[in-house]
Design a protein around this ligand. Structure first.
Ligand code: 6R9
Length: 655
């Protein structure tokens, strides 16, 4: 990736300001080293202390970590607790009852504030509604909702009852929803009539009906519909229910279900290197501990902060840093329905000004698009409330970093570039704002207790100044527990035998510099990172070949200034390779097709047609050649094993 190359030449260091260091929860290198040393000296004692201090337990755990069935690690297993109790009831007891929990801003600008007391009541009503319909602990709920207070309430209500939720991002298609309902065996679907984005109403509920029409949704007993717009949508009598009816007259108290810390809290599907997305399963106790602690440490969260994470609850960032972490900390957070460029590219900056946001967490792709749309717009707003900025989802290029630092942060706010994954549950490698000198483009160093390292193919640590595979050598509380319904795939994907089966393999390549700072180089598997979203190349290929026109397809990534990576598809049709207007028309048809099969985020940016794909004599597609063609590079690789060299010229000129 071009941006990484410039990152590695980056040698400026931005030291934290003295007054920030002084007030920080983890203060100075000494504070950081003390925590690391504690974890080093007594790993279980360290995590046990933090779990006792930060969570409220109905029955305390007696054992911290059970490694007897590694890599299926168990944390705090005999401890009994409830996530929703920790996020809500605890705040009613400790003086936060009338504190604003959520400042919700709708697409059109209407603002709704909800206190902890109100949020607790709404979650209890929702939970009681689910209970009255017979839903209980261990069942699965598929949530397909726009950014809303209701989305947070629905997730918390599931957590309160021990119902395992699986949130699907509203940009995924009916087909993707259907696959996730079937894989999770969901018994209830919670959705909305429509979502509102950029001034437009976009139907959501019809995708659920389409999913049913595809089949495999027999496990679902009810579809609960939140009326966001009142739009006219199909309603299936006997199966569909309006949310307002489900919660009507329900009591505002609901005894939480007391659960083992290992009870699954949620499943979240993410792309892997095969065509089928993986249902990443997270736990109750370990997950919440890290959601809370990483907010306190990485974001130095204090009682008076206003925290805003711009992610969607359909992604892991929205789970940990919207639905759970901030509430477990008793914070005030902003939840935003809309898009950063509506009504104009000043929306984020206006919202920071209006709500006096002090900690702002977004993605490099949003930063880059806002630079493009109006690089001086932030200066037109009062952003003096900001004290800390965060970045997540993909490597941030130094140019974007420096703009974020100077123009948004007024050269005053540290930037925490947080590396983590759906599977890790929370931050893993990130600067601590009162500790680390910042190098633009580096996620700096692992959090205390996180045994991140860079190793070679044999699993041996690389020396400083080198690159290799990013691994985590010890388990951590918020780690993925398994892949839903597929424990073998969990082992194979994350604890492969190549590394002796003992290290968690992240799937990213990384470098460590002479100061021991980590630099993430991007995925080492067939997963692309498009606008901070993980997309499996195999998933897109499967979608393409499902089209009746397509004989074969190969998908690769190429660097893109705005989206980080862009999706490039090489397609062989059942007819001869089309050209000119016909090629354009078929490319459009295929793009729309992929949009329907997976979702608009998976639409290939480039589609090239050929009469064949470059293959070895044994029939393997030579993807590295396709990557070069996609980038527009000269092909310097060895092509002697290629069966059909002429195909390269055809593909090169195919656009
Ligand atoms: C939280 C999230 C995970 C993949 C991960 C890596 C990339 C995330 C990053 C980063 C460089 C960062 N990634 N944060 N790369 N610097 N700060 O994004 O989860 O959607 O599962 O994606 O994203 O490649 O492996 P997820």
């Amino acid at each position: 990736m071009g941006s990484i190359e410039t990152s590695l030449q980056e040698n400026r260091v931005f030291e934290p300001a003295e007054d920030f260091v002084k007030q920080a929860r983890v203060s100075g290198i000494a504070g950081y080293e003390a925590l690391r040393a504690e974890a080093e000296a007594d790993f279980e004692g360290f995590w046990g202390r933090l779990a006792k201090e930060n969570l409220s337990w109905k029955t305390p755990f007696t054992k911290v970590l059970d490694e007897s069935n590694a890599p299926f690690y168990k944390w705090f297993e005999d401890g009994v607790m409830n996530v929703s109790y920790n996020c809500l009831d605890v705040n009613l007891q400790n003086g936060n009852a009338d504190k604003v929990a959520i400042i919700f801003e709708a697409d059109g600008g209407e603002v709704t504030k909800v206190t902890y007391r109100e949020l607790h009541a709404r979650v209890c009503q929702f939970a009681n509604g689910l209970k009255s319909l017979g839903y209980a602990k261990g069942e699965r709920a598929l949530i397909y909702l726009p950014m809303s207070i209701e989305a947070v309430v629905a997730m918390q209500a599931c957590a309160r009852l021990g119902i395992i939720h699986s949130v699907v991002f509203g940009g995924f298609s009916a087909k993707s929803v259907q696959e996730r309902i079937a894989d999770a065996g969901a018994s209830v679907v919670i959705t909305a009539d429509e979502q509102v984005r950029g001034g437009k109403n976009i139907p959501l509920k019809p995708a659920i009906d389409e999913a049913f029409a595809i089949g495999g949704c027999e496990s679902v007993r009810n579809v609960i519909i939140y009326q966001r717009t009142g739009g006219n949508i199909p309603f299936v009598e006997g199966r569909d229910l309006w949310l307002k009816d489900v919660i009507a007259n329900q009591p505002t108290e609901c005894e939480p279900e007391w659960l083992s810390a290992e009870h699954p809290l949620f499943i979240l599907f993410t792309s892997g290197s095969t065509g089928k997305p993986k249902g990443v399963q997270h736990s109750t106790g370990g997950y919440l501990l890290w959601a809370k602690l990483s907010l306190l440490w990485t974001f130095d969260l204090k009682p008076n902060d206003v925290f805003w994470c711009t992610a969607d609850v359909g992604w892991v960032t929205g789970h940990t840093y919207i639905a759970y972490g901030p509430l477990a900390c008793g914070a005030t957070e902003v939840v935003f329905e809309g898009v950063p460029t509506y009504p104009d590219a000043g929306r984020f900056w206006k919202m920071i000004q209006d709500h006096k946001v002090s900690i702002f967490y977004t993605a490099p792709t949003a930063i880059r698009s806002l630079i493009k749309a109006g690089g001086d717009l932030p200066t037109k707003y009062d952003l003096s409330s900001l004290r800390l900025l965060g970045s997540v989802g993909e490597p941030i290029n130094p140019e974007a970093w420096v703009w974020y630092y100077n123009v948004v942060g007024g050269a005053r706010c540290p930037i925490v570039d947080t590396w983590w994954q759906t599977e890790t549950g929370g931050h893993m490698i990130t600067p601590l704002p009162g500790v680390h000198g910042l190098k633009p483009g580096s996620c700096t160093q692992p959090l205390p207790g996180i045994a991140a390292a860079i190793v070679d193919e044999t699993g041996t640590d690389v020396a400083k100044g080198n690159g290799g595979f990013l691994v985590i050598k010890k388990p951590w509380p918020s780690m993925i527990r398994t892949i839903w319904n597929d424990p073998e795939r969990f082992k194979k994907s994350y604890y492969p035998a190549d590394f002796g089966g003992k290290y968690y393999l992240a799937g990213d390549g990384a470098n460590v510099d002479l100061d021991g700072y980590f630099w993430i180089m991007g995925r080492i598997d067939d997963v692309l990172n498009v606008s901070g979203h993980r997309m499996g190349t195999m998933e897109i290929e499967s979608a393409l070949v499902a089209n009746p026109l397509v004989a074969e397809a190969a998908v690769v990534g190429r660097p893109d200034d705005l989206t980080g990576e862009a999706i490039c598809a090489f397609v062989v049709l059942k007819q001869a390779a089309p050209q000119g207007a016909e090629a354009q028309a078929i490319a459009k048809e295929l793009r729309d097709w992929v949009g329907r099969e997976i979702g608009p985020i998976a639409k290939p940016k480039d589609i090239r047609f050929g009469d064949n794909l470059p293959k070895t004599r044994s029939g393997k597609i030579m993807r590295r050649l396709l990557r070069s063609i996609a980038k527009g590079e000269e092909i310097t690789q060895d092509t002697s094993t290629l069966e059909n060299p002429a195909i390269l010229d055809q593909l090169k000129t195919s656009r």
